[in-house]
Design a protein around this ligand. Sequence first.
Ligand code: ZN
Length: 250
Amino acid sequence: MSTKIRVTVWNEGRHEKTSPEVAKVYPKGIHGAIAAGLTKQGDFTVKTATLDQDDEHGLPEKLLAKTDVLTWWGHMAHGDVKDEIVDRVQKHVLQGMGLIVLHSGHYSKIFRRLMGTGCGLKWREAAEMERLWVVSPSHPIVRGLGQYIELEHTEMYGELFDIPQPDEQVFISWFEGGDVFRSGCCWNRGAGKVFYFRPGHETFPIFHNKQIIQVLANACRWAARPTGTAYSLDAPNIPVPLNPIPKKDH
Ligand code: ZN
């Protein structure tokens, strides 16, 4: 049996079809670039799925059951994702499947569902320089990186980012225009781990960047579905205790 981590890379996949500018940056789609980068690492089995692939957005139950980590990129069509698929992804996250939410995925139904907050932020498209500072140097997600990652041209995302306080903060970004942003955030949800990673605007070649792929690979290893988890979605009554309880008057 393969010990490789099973990753499913999900992409909305609309920009690449409607914008020649985006198609030029990602001729095989954003999902194609991420999948190629992860496959090169050697320890992942990578599948891809897209919104318009079929009536389940490429995410049937049988695929999610065999997915250790799902990565999610969406932007212009969050509303087209069916609620029943969001329910399904949420169930798998609670049962242990890792979820990596990328860039504009901050407004996806699944991220907002798991966070429980509005998940809004500030933004600006001015091809600014971004410096992502590592603020948790021992965290597995930053393995192999230096003190920071520098991206020459990015879209800016700024605070206030309307999220619950992360369980672990891994990156904080500074932008040329003066804004800052919590750009790498970890949460535990049920038995699952969730990582939000900010870079990834569709008109910049972010997912061809080796350091960005390194972070995604590290994040997939960190978030991979655990084996033997005791987590249950049920709330069973346990009338017979493990240890005997002396009879009480009240
Ligand atoms: Zn963007």
